[in-house]
Write a protein that binds this ligand. Sequence first.
Ligand code: FAD
Length: 390
Amino acid sequence: MGKRAVVVGGGIGGLAAAIGLRRVGWEVMVVERAVELDDVGAGISLAANGLRALDELGVGEAVRAASRGQYTGGTRTPDGRWLARMDGAALEKAVGTPIMGIPRATLHRLLRAALPVEVLLVGQEARVVRQCGPEGVRVECGDTVLEADVIVAADGVGSKVRGLLLPAHPGPVHSGSAVLRAITEQAVELRTDFELTWGRGAEFGHIAFPDGRAEWHAVLNLPTGVRFDDPLGELRRRFSTWHEPIRALLDSTNPGDVLHHDVNELRTPLPSYVIGSVALLGDAAHAMTPNLGQGACQALEDAVTLAAALGSEPTVEAALARYDAERRPRSQAVARAARQAGRMGQQLAHPLPVALRNTAMRLTPSRAAVRMILRHHDWTPPSLGSKGVG
Ligand code: FAD
């Protein structure tokens, strides 16, 4: 079977796929359109499934060492009352780890460090992808043309490769929400590792990091394209009556660090993650709303599953068919669950359904909540063995 892949996109999914493919003995190049491979974004939480995938890629230990376990916290109402407590210790008992919080830039750096520098071609935008002969496929990035046995399209929610290969698919749509987020400039005194607070059509949350800083995010029901002149001032106004530590987190933030993005998702599921010799992976395949904190974890699952299939099946065709069969149902189910979680959580705005939801949450025993979480987190990666380089 062929042994050369080109990965389009150097995000979490693309870098993980490149590491996995090298571990099963493939030659890999990653083309990334950005000139600097520095992931924007604030923080990210990694659940057991994502961490197990990282273990299989050989970087789990380094990622854990740079992360903070989310043992305490949960979901609150704007006046500070608890709707549900996070039981990180119960989760750890069930799946061997609590959810871990890490700055995105750190995760990205650790993934990059697992690849030789010459594997990453930055400042190269894939513009054309075409089949060349029955078994080869080609990516054209301006003057740079790369041929491979497999192309991994890990070019994110707005995937150009997906648009070229599945032109009839409607592509991503706006979820109805926007997210503003940042990492605090300095350490903040926090009583919990992780919190979410749900008001009407709005959510505020934080993830604490090992050095005492934290990422916070505010998610608002907001039309696409709306931007604020003074994002931090706007959030201070909108969240002025909400409980602490929200004010403390906003006050510890440099105004220039606040990111504002519309939340888009791939609402129409793809009919296949494989077109010829191209495998779609991560957000390019199943961009989901962030409400379950599973987008990157699913991309990591994709990466390990794809590498395991290419490393063990007799033909590329058989490996890609296995990848599609193993990944599509699960990742699309998680995407549906994330959308549902958003509709019942952050996006719910009418007082009556909000009150009903809050009552239901207060009555749900924490064991049942952990069971619900485990449906997504309890995933076992296929083995990559260690044929190739780490
Ligand atoms: P991306 O990170 O989008 O990477 C795509 C890369 O491809 C980019 O570097 C881009 O520059 C490059 N590219 C694009 N087009 C081209 C081209 N034509 N040629 C070359 N390069 C190209 N997930 C979790 O698991 N846990 C969380 O806590 C979590 N929190 C989130 C919070 C928010 C607010 C959001 C929006 C998402 C969150 N996610 C979370 C989801 C997670 O961020 C994404 O699922 C994940 O980053 C997707 O990774 P990716 O590599 O597939 O895509």
